[in-house]
Write a protein that binds this ligand. Sequence first.
Ligand code: 3Y8
Ligand code: NAP
Length: 245
Amino acid sequence: MRRILLLGGTTEASCLAALLAQAGIAAVFSYAGRTEAPLAQPLPTRIGGFGGVEGLTRYLRDQRIGAVVDATHPFAAQISRNADAACRAACVPMLMLRRPAWPGDPGWQRVPDIAGAVAALPHAPTGVFLAIGRQNLAPFAALPHRWLLRLVDAPEAPPLPGARVVLARGPFSVEGDRALMQDHAITHLVAKNSGGAGASAKLEAARELGVRVVLIDRPAAPDRPEVAKPEDALDWLHQTTPRGV
Ligand code: 3Y8
Ligand code: NAP
């Protein structure tokens, strides 16, 4: 039986890890190592990059990986491109486990990328909740707003001038996000169209408060079979890996 590589870092990846462990299926869970103390998984876990396409291809061959499930976040576009290329090179089947994007809401302003989100914000100073993590904050620095940031780990230096930082790891609640935005007199929310339940609370809270939402569309995904539910990924593994999994 050949092992499964599960590229994780999302709620769906954690759910699939539990299903694989319960089924006694040989699998390895992979984190990028973005956070100091990622959630423990019920599978053998590796943390850190593979070293690009070449490193991942070598990993697939050396570890005799039988199939890859890319359950990374919709905005983790680089790892998905790399996995697509490495799986082609190593002739390993690959499935995307990806939750559907949130459907449009007339009250939301959809933008294609971070630059679009910067351009969508007002010029006059106001309270803005940037709930997009830590990696894409620099482009907002030129704007005069009162920033509220939510990060997983404490930043070494203030990520934006005058920013208030909340340290929290989702999934989040509507009540919690509503109170957070009220306490900080937020008028605008910037979010990624991550989809899923783990990040949607802020959108519901914003709707209730009349906070304007700027929603960043997700990048294109590789052309691979895709499922939205962890149990459908398990079915795919049974059908795809020789002698079942
Ligand atoms: C390291 C693993 C689980 C997974 C939980 C999901 C839900 C909570 C919502 C807000 C939005 C944001 C951010 C977010 C969410 C889940 C999921 C999801 C958004 C952890 C995790 C890792 C990361 C990396 C981190 C990024 C950041 C993004 C915070 C673990 C908790 C904003 C994305 O400090 C940093 O460098 C953080 C970086 C990539 C985006 C960014 O660009 O900064 N996720 N998030 C994974 C790894 O090392 O491979 O630490 O336990 C996972 C989760 N984050 O099993 O319960 O499934 O989406 N993560 C976004 O969606 O906008 C928070 O605050 O409202
Ligand atoms: P990314 O930009 O797509 O990938 C950048 C590099 O990080 C990859 O080329 C790879 O390094 C490494 N990498 C990414 N995910 C990995 C994984 N699961 N296992 C091993 N290496 C990985 O990734 P990102 O957007 O920084 O996201 C990193 C992690 O955070 C992912 O696990 C993702 O699921 C999770 N996450 C991201 C977001 C988000 O908004 N981006 C939200 C929630 C969770 P090498 O080239 O060296 O192999």
